[in-house]
Design a protein around this ligand. Sequence first.
Ligand SMILES: Nc1nc2c(ncn2[C@@H]2O[C@H](COP(=O)(O)OP(=O)(O)OP(=O)(O)O)[C@@H](O)[C@H]2O)c(=O)[nH]1
Ligand SMILES: [Mg+2]
Length: 302
Amino acid sequence: MDQVKDILQKIKEGDRKALSRAITLVENELPGAEELLLTLSNDVRPPLIGITGPPGAGKSTLINAMLNELTDTGNKVAVIAVDPTSPFNFGSLLGDRLRMSEHFTDPNIFIRSLASRGSLGGLSEKIIEVSDVICSADFDFVIVETVGVGQSEVEIAGLADITVVVVVPESGDEIQALKSGIMEIADIFVVNKADREGAEALVNNLKRMLHDFRGTKMEVPVISTIASEKKGIRELLEIIRENQYQVSDEKNIYLLAEKAYRIIRKNRMRDVSRPSLLKTIEKEHKSPGFSIYRLANQHLKE
Ligand SMILES: Nc1nc2c(ncn2[C@@H]2O[C@H](COP(=O)(O)OP(=O)(O)OP(=O)(O)O)[C@@H](O)[C@H]2O)c(=O)[nH]1
Ligand SMILES: [Mg+2]
């Protein structure tokens, strides 16, 4: 336990090597990972900002611009990029790295990629643990980039203190079809690629839809950016800061319950896999009195 405390102290003091090692430990469920998680204390934690949106919307470019602005004002920032593609396709991961590469040697910036493979929903199951480890370090902001495919933007909302949904003028038609899920989860909407035609119309459209959906009770800011020209970034950060101070106790409780649910689900499902079920069933299904309910029950008791 002392050793774990020692590592956590180092992480808190800004030792990035210790942080990297701890993440690897947790990511790969190596010996010591559980002890580390159990010793984590996140009493004081930086705001976790989720940036989600369709592929190619400019999320990484936006984060890159945010990093510039944030570190210029003396902040330390961590970025977790969740790669939605298979572990064998490093295309988008490399793209992310490239777009944020100007920051790779900055000691105030820590960037880590995470593959979303093996996830129950869309997001990596490890994201909760990895982000908690990162939040125990000395960062002022932690940013998580996820591609909004299906369920995952909703999942990121269960993790992030502030969820920023990035859309682009091209997604105009898609916006019409926006599931209410996104309308519900977004704390801030960003219309990126505002240098393109249709951006203003999209901003107005979104504002109207949000108003219809949520009423006047909760104003959801909609702002436009040109991430590739670093325009609109300061405004976005200002809104994030305002939002950060508004995270209500109600939302905090919701986030913690959501996290607890996912941690329990992950731990309970640890020893259950479709291949192992297939194997067991292959062996047992012809035995007299075979019952799928009893088989399922056995797994519940383990
Ligand atoms: N015209 C224009 N292009 C932009 C803007 N922001 C980003 N781009 C370009 O859009 C492309 C995609 O940008 P990324 O930042 O990789 O987008 P992403 O959302 O992170 O993409 P994935 O991680 O693959 O989902 C790149 O070629 C960027 O240069 C913008 O404001 N205007
Ligand atoms: Mg990206």
